[in-house]
Write a protein that binds this ligand. Structure first.
Ligand code: ATP
Ligand code: FE
Length: 337
């Protein structure tokens, strides 16, 4: 069974081909147009998707060594994401399904981030979690602790009440004058800095929920005060600022994860989403895992941020259980998990 996966929820256009449990190709076209705006501009994103979608699919098919007529089903991201972006992938998937007379499978983008752990590669180690497991899903739009019961059933046990962790990284990076997306740049700078140089307040939020908007504000005010005395404060302390900020975000994320795993008596813990590329978070999780005797799962870098491989693998399991979408189904920008 060959599945074509299509992802276009935000600013990456991606296509992947999946064959019976194994990924054959995964092409991603990034969009540089947003860099100078300090964030994704929805209208520009949808136009870039329109330009990218056909060449990206073409490349993914070529890489996999298959023709359009070999594909058995097309899986696409229905939401959540930017409406204009989602419309491009959804419309393409419908057209492809009609032209090739094959079924359509809709995929929830967040489920796909979690199920990225089940992407098998022809020569990878392919170790994956057993159900049930806990997944810390941390991306540009979401921060949640998910109890994953099986391929279809996922329960959100905690989530952010305001900003996502990725947003906190990106907004604080912007305050320091770094380009978008700032998360990976903070990660890089943090390696040169002292994580205990500065202290930032951590939120007090109930249960397993998160809050990051207070951190962003206190970071902004802290810098504003320092700049009054020393206009070069940010430049002179960039690495220490990045390291301290990253440590604060990682500590916040891991404290709730530890609590949830303990209360739910789960000892298999996974990371997912763009922020799971963060080296501080990866290291922090491994240290915590040693202490708590968890088995941990961290996705390959290529499968942390948006990609169609995770859409194809999620689509594959829905295809196997006969869950197909209708051509009338419209994308959705927001979603209840
Ligand atoms: P969602 O999946 O919630 O709709 P999204 O698809 O925009 O959101 P992803 O592509 O999963 O989010 O992740 C992008 C986010 O990951 C950005 O906020 C980016 O800054 C962050 N990110 C990527 N790499 C790193 C890193 N090494 N350290 C910190 N943050 C990172
Ligand atoms: Fe995403």
């Amino acid at each position: 069974t060959y599945i074509l996966g299509i992802e276009s929820s935000c600013d990456d256009t991606s296509a992947a081909v999946f064959k019976d449990e194994e990924i054959l190709s995964n092409r991603i076209a990034n969009q540089d147009v947003h860099k100078s705006y300090g964030g994704v501009v929805p209208e520009l994103a949808s136009r870039a998707h329109q330009q990218n979608i056909i060449p990206v699919v073409d490349q993914a098919l070529k890489d996999a060594g298959v023709k359009a007529s070999d594909i058995n089903a097309v899986a696409f991201t229905r939401g959540p994401g930017l409406m204009g972006s989602l419309l491009v992938g959804t419309s393409f998937a419908k057209g492809f399904a009609l032209a090739n007379n094959i079924p359509l499978v809709e995929v929830n983008h967040l489920h796909a981030h979690v199920l990225a752990h089940f992407i098998k590669e022809p020569d990878g180690d392919n170790d994956h979690p057993e159900f049930p497991f806990l997944c810390l899903l941390v991306s540009g739009g979401n921060s949640q602790i998910v109890l994953v019961k099986n391929y279809a059933e996922m329960e959100v046990v905690g989530q952010t009440i305001d900003d996502a962790a990725g947003e906190a990284f990106d907004k604080c990076a912007k305050v320091m004058g770094l380009p978008y997306p700032g998360g990976p740049l903070i990660d890089k700078q943090a390696k040169e800095g002292d994580e205990n140089a500065f202290q930032f307040a951590k939120p007090r939020i109930k249960d397993y929920d998160y809050s990051f908007s207070g951190l962003k504000t206190s970071f902004l005010y802290f810098l504003r005060d320092q700049i009054k005395f020393n206009p070069d404060f940010i430049e002179e302390n960039k690495a220490d600022l990045c390291a301290s900020l990253q440590k604060t975000i990682v500590d916040i994320l891991l404290a709730k994860l530890e609590k949830a795993a303990k209360d739910l008596k789960i000892n298999q813990v996974a990371l997912a989403g763009g922020v799971s590329a963060n080296s501080g978070l990866r290291e922090g999780l491994l240290n915590l895992a040693k202490k708590r005797k968890w088995k941990t799962f961290i996705p390959k870098f290529a499968y942390t941020t948006d990609n169609a491989a995770m859409i194809a693998v999620t689509g594959y399991y829905k295809y196997k259980s006969g869950e197909f979408a209708n051509h009338e189904d419209a994308p959705f920008s927001r979603v209840v998990f």
